[in-house]
Design a protein. Structure first.
Length: 111
């Protein structure tokens, strides 16, 4: 399976329309939308649908590129430390496995 690459970050939240967007120079790329449209065309949003949970989900989705980059950096840090003998407790291997699984899931690879 060829690796599909996500749209690079940063991603931002358009709070008025509940969209996740990625600025691209003078353009903006659509990533996702949240909330419930109040008409069939999805071009108007009901403020009541913008619950705390929807806003929290939007923040989490918008942080995804940075979270993936942080996991990849943590994976390298732990793996390098283990290779040099600085870390290597069973807990380190468990954390590394959790990180690896999360990265594979984010990239659409089988766990």
């Amino acid at each position: 399976m060829s690796e599909q690459k996500h749209t690079p970050g940063p991603w931002i939240i358009d709070n008025q329309e509940a969209f996740i967007l990625a600025p691209k120079g003078s353009n903006i790329e659509y990533i996702a939308s949240l909330g419930d449209p109040i008409n069939d065309f999805g071009n108007a949003w009901d403020d009541a649908c913008m619950t705390d949970e929807v806003v929290a989900n939007a923040r989490l989705i918008a942080a995804a590129p940075e979270l993936l980059a942080a996991l990849e950096a943590a994976r390298e840090f732990i793996a390098d430390g283990m290779a040099m003998g600085f870390v290597g407790m069973p807990e380190d291997e468990n954390v590394l496995e959790v990180i690896e699984n999360a990265i594979r899931r984010a990239k659409g690879e089988s766990c």
